[in-house]
Design a protein around this ligand. Structure first.
Ligand code: AHR
Length: 330
């Protein structure tokens, strides 16, 4: 482990002592009770789970970047449960890791555990998703996308698509995990953008928990209860891909009978876009690993970090997807 704000001489002494204490391994080891015993920075990372292609790519990016940055990563998979994340963070505190990072499954309910980390002198980096804590001193920085902007981009595309038309446009929405930052913000940004055309209305909105299977099931119920669906807005590719299966099973043509907008731009989503089954994708990059490792090193060294590190991202039409697909990294 590496302590913050201490001189190299003191540090080498500390490292010599901690080397004698031995070090922990990788994998899902939030509870192994050892912070590492060499001069490597130890980063405790609590991941949401493995709900989507985006999440799998994000985990891979973090694990690979930690290995190449020489950071000892203690990775814990919360399986979509906040209580698992809280106990993983508490284990990281007990292990005296140098830095804690996590992608909060939901926005609220973090103040107590974040205060425990702060009192223990361990810097915390929010990765991918925000928390709603009023006290922003509870974390060093937040690295990730602007989800409101993503929702706006999706809504702006739809407004443009129906520009100059007077027909009513019935939209069904597949929301992400209830209470999560991307679900709240993508809904907000989209709703704001579509105000520009009063003919566009969200007629049904329900969570599909960012999962392909749930996207399919919820879309089946939408199709049964609402015969005249014009557009599907899904908060991620996976739910959109599940919905495509339901639409095809109902004898309709995705991308034509029902226009589809999704968020993420993972390979499977981009393939469906290039095939004409999705109409527009807003990119959300999961490749946060390299920047996270850089920030973790700075935080461990006691540097003050920029409070918000924004991820750069774009959008894709069907034509753009055909060009981009061969280069897609995730
Ligand atoms: O927080 C990012 C979101 O979480 C992605 O858009 C979604 O696919 C994932 O599960």
């Amino acid at each position: 482990m590496v302590r913050r704000n201490i001189s190299a001489a003191v540090l080498s002494g500390v490292l010599a002592v901690s080397a004698l204490a031995g070090c922990g391994g990788g994998g899902d080891d939030a509870g192994s009770g050892n912070s590492g015993g060499d001069d490597k920075i130890t980063l405790g990372f609590s991941q949401v789970g493995a709900e989507s292609g985006w999440r799998t790519a994000n985990t891979k990016s973090i694990q690979e970047s930690a290995a190449s940055a020489g950071i000892d990563l203690k990775f814990s998979d919360a399986q979509g449960k906040q209580e698992n994340q809280i106990s993983a963070i508490r284990n990281f505190i007990t292990q005296k890791v140098d830095v804690i990072a996590f992608s909060p499954v939901v926005t609220s309910g973090w103040d107590a555990v974040l205060k425990e980390a702060k009192d223990a002198g361990i810097p915390v980096i929010l990765t991918d998703r925000a928390v709603d804590s009023q006290d922003t001193s509870l974390y060093e920085t937040f690295i990730g996308s602007d989800f409101v902007e993503e929702g706006k981009k999706a809504g702006d595309w739809l407004v443009k698509e129906y520009e100059g038309k007077t027909d009513k446009v019935n939209v069904v929405e597949l929301q992400g995990t209830t209470g999560s930052a991307p679900a709240i913000d993508r809904q907000k940004g989209f709703a704001e953008a579509i105000k520009a055309n009063p003919n566009i209305t969200i007629v049904k909105s329900q969570t599909g928990d960012f999962k392909r299977a749930d996207g399919k099931t919820v879309m089946e119920t939408f199709l049964q209860s609402t015969p005249d669906i014009d557009v599907l807005y899904a908060h991620n590719d996976d739910m959109g891909l599940g919905a495509i299966e339901a639409i095809e099973a109902a004898g309709k043509k995705p991308g034509t009978d029902i226009k589809i907008i999704t968020v993420d731009a993972v390979k499977d989503g981009m393939t469906a876009l290039a095939d004409g089954k999705i109409n527009f994708i807003v990119e959300c990059s999961p490749l946060l690993g390299p920047q996270l490792m850089d920030l973790a090193k700075k935080a461990a060294a006691g540097e003050t970090l920029e409070k918000r590190v924004l991820t750069e991202e774009t959008t894709f039409t069907q034509e753009q997807a055909k060009t981009e697909l061969p280069n897609r990294k995730y």
